[in-house]
Design a protein around this ligand. Sequence first.
Ligand code: HEM
Length: 136
Amino acid sequence: MATTAEFTYSQVGEHDTKESLWVVIDEKVYDVSKFVDEHPGGEEVMLDVAGQDGTEAFEDVGHSDEAREILAQYIVGNLKRDPSDPKPAVKARTSASSGDEGSSGGIPGIVYAVLVAGLAAGGYYYLQLQQQQASV
Ligand code: HEM
């Protein structure tokens, strides 16, 4: 990783095609043009962050250590942030959503199960207490 090259955000932005696909992750610049075809997550998501800051998209997926090692092979330099830079675009998530919002109600069954069990236990102890008090 003996790289000292520095690129501005707008320089990175010039590489936003599949043929020349650069992406910023954690303030470092990567040229992943050679990897885009092999990406297990597909080329679409990579193109979404082409020439941009893909840190959040990359981290959101929870990529493995192996993915990080692969990434390290493609480093071309560091990002030189310029105060006049636009805020890094952070998108690529909305378009990647799987589209099944159908399972109405947001509370998973397990949460219900725990709540119901808790209430039942609480109720039970309350009743026991009442009985104890009544029998004194
Ligand atoms: C830029 C460099 C990137 C590299 C080197 C990379 C590498 C990898 C690798 C090796 C995997 C296999 C699973 C793993 O080892 O974690 C993977 C999976 C995946 N990646 Fe990436 N990735 C990159 C960027 C992105 C971006 C920007 C997104 C955007 C959301 C993304 C989305 C995904 C998804 C959704 C999977 C899961 C695919 C599946 O299991 O079906 N990746 N990536």
